[in-house]
Design a protein around this ligand. Structure first.
Ligand SMILES: [Zn+2]
Length: 258
């Protein structure tokens, strides 16, 4: 076993633990409770979870998805979030290699997973995640790509473009089409990825959002009232932009060089 292999296994396990923490974030942040205290309890019988009930994935498998005390079912969402987070860590390592940028983008992806899940469940993008996200994105861009100028422009463009779309939509329909959370989320994405990737993210999220929206309309036979939260698509688009955005841009711009 090479040291690199051992480091990769360790990194994968670290991803599982962060996934476990993400479960707490996804459950507690929209309810305004602390992610540190109190320790987790079974929502049914109030049983205080021991450390051995908190081992990522393994506890869920050994307890066969049930509370140790009252046997109430535990959502399969918990091990799924843990495994997805681990895969996300490995994917970043594969694309960026061991580097400072990889660590930053993994942290960014972790925030995106939290926003994705919270928006899907609560139609909410908490300031507790987006506002520190904007600050961290700008600070790390002082020394890492895309650079501070690009990052500031990205945050401004991200906020401004959705603000303009929301204002136009309000003028046109008299309804609020987008929450302020979406604006702050795209500002955060711009702070991490720069202004060009804000455009890439918007295109990817709008296309995937339209396709899935049409699918939902087709399945629900024309019930257009069912609104899919835009933040979930912003999260998917930003993740693709973070991992592949440079390649997408090069490919797109390449079309015009012939
Ligand atoms: Zn219980």
């Amino acid at each position: 076993m090479t040291p690199e292999f051992i480091a990769t296994i360790g990194f994968a396990f670290f991803g599982l633990c962060i996934g476990s923490f993400l479960n707490v974030v996804i459950h507690r942040v929209p309810r305004g409770s602390s992610v540190v205290t109190p320790p987790s309890r079974c929502p049914h019988c109030n049983y205080l979870l021991r450390w051995s009930d908190n081992v990522p994935v393994l506890s869920w498998v050994f307890l066969r998805g049930r509370c140790r005390k009252c046997r109430a079912p535990i959502s399969i969402r918990y091990p799924i979030v843990e495994i997805l987070t681990m895969l996300m860590f490995l994917l970043h390592l594969w694309i960026f290699g061991w580097s400072a940028l990889m660590i930053v983008r993994v942290a960014f992806a972790t925030a995106l997973i939290a926003l994705f899940a919270i928006d899907l469940e609560h139609q909410l993008l908490p300031n507790a995640i987006t506002l520190p996200g904007i600050a961290v994105g700008l600070i790390v861009s002082l020394v890492l790509p895309p650079g501070i100028v690009d990052a500031v422009l990205g945050a401004l463009l991200g906020y401004g473009i959705l603000w303009a779309i929301a204002a136009a939509y309000y003028r046109y329909s008299g309804q609020e089409g987008m929450g302020g959370g979406d604006l702050k989320m795209l500002a955060m994405i711009g702070a991490f990825l720069g202004w060009k990737q804000v455009v890439v993210t918007l295109v990817l999220s709008s296309v995937s959002g339209s396709l899935i929206g049409l699918l939902v309309i087709a399945i629900k036979r024309g019930d257009r009232k069912y609104a899919l939260p835009f933040g979930t698509f912003l999260a998917l688009g930003a993740l693709a932009a973070s991992l592949l955005g440079e390649r997408i841009l090069a490919w797109y711009l390449g079309l015009y060089e012939f």
